[in-house]
Design a protein around this ligand. Structure first.
Ligand code: PRT
Ligand code: ZN
Length: 225
């Protein structure tokens, strides 16, 4: 548990969500002294500290109560939850809001030259992904017997490199699939960035600060619509 009396928020240090997270915090009125290399940024006008980490670490930090709040893609949240459930580690969080950035979908794809394929084609195939838990749950639900090859990066080159027959990867514009000669199939998960809270947070001061920030968040979302 974070026993520090300042509300601790985990955001991605550098990557696709960083800029949007920083501007959201700014729009919520949280003034931050962000210095490039620092792990922690202290707010100068509210009892808030912002922890800047890799996105993959954010759900765990919130689930374990090291941070009170976190902003992360639903893809990373769902994958971490499934992995932690399997390992019997704390996996609960309270989802406070779906945010309007970081949209992408986790979809299946295979070499274009194979043409359109149905789900049966995946039986006996190898599928490369960074999201083995989400993929395994999908395969089980669809009763597909395929093997899962875990890759932490460059998933889109796996078929060409002979590492897998197909992939299950994040797609936003589709340009990466196109550039790698891959055809997009079913979407397994649609994802946005979301704001999560530690499920056991019971510090009254922190809860009332969150209650003060939430209407502002709704205001920011409405202003964009
Ligand atoms: O260093 P760190 O671990 O923090 O960052 P990371 O490299 O793991 O993540 P990052 O910054 O790439 O993405 C952070 C989050 O942004 C993801 O977890 C998603 O929730 C969200 N997001 C939104 C995306 C994309 N869009 C996206 N297009 N994450 C990755 N991609 C990649 C995808 O993997 C593929 O390689 O972009 C490529 C496809 O993009 P298109 O536009 O060519 O289809
Ligand atoms: Zn990551």
């Amino acid at each position: 548990m974070n026993t520090n009396n300042r509300l601790r928020i985990a955001i991605q240090k550098s990557g696709r969500l960083s800029k949007d997270c920083q501007s959201l915090l700014k729009q919520l009125g949280i003034k931050l002294n962000l210095r490039e290399q620092r792990l922690i940024a202290h707010s100068t006008n509210m009892p808030i500290d912002v922890l800047r980490v890799r996105d993959d670490d954010i759900p765990g930090l919130v689930m374990d109560g090291v941070c009170d709040l976190g902003i992360v893609g639903e893809n990373v949240l769902v994958e971490t939850q499934a992995e932690r459930q399997r390992n019997q580690q704390p996996s609960e969080v309270t989802k406070l809001a779906k945010l309007d950035f970081g949209y992408c979908r986790l979809a299946l794809a295979w070499p274009q030259e194979l043409g359109i394929q149905d789900k049966d084609w995946f039986n006996g195939k190898r599928i490369a992904t960074t999201y083995p838990e989400i993929l395994k749950q999908y395969l089980e639900k669809e009763q597909i017997e395929a093997s899962v090859v875990m890759l932490t990066g460059s998933v889109e080159v796996a078929p060409r490199a002979g590492l897998a027959d197909a992939i299950c990867d994040l797609v936003s514009t589709g340009a990466t699939l196109e550039a790698n000669g891959l055809m997009q199939g079913d979407t397994i998960l649609e994802s946005n960035a979301c704001l999560i809270q530690n499920a056991n947070l019971n510090d009254d001061d922190k809860l009332s600060l969150i209650n003060k920030l939430m209407p502002r968040l709704r205001g920011v979302k409405q202003a964009k619509e």
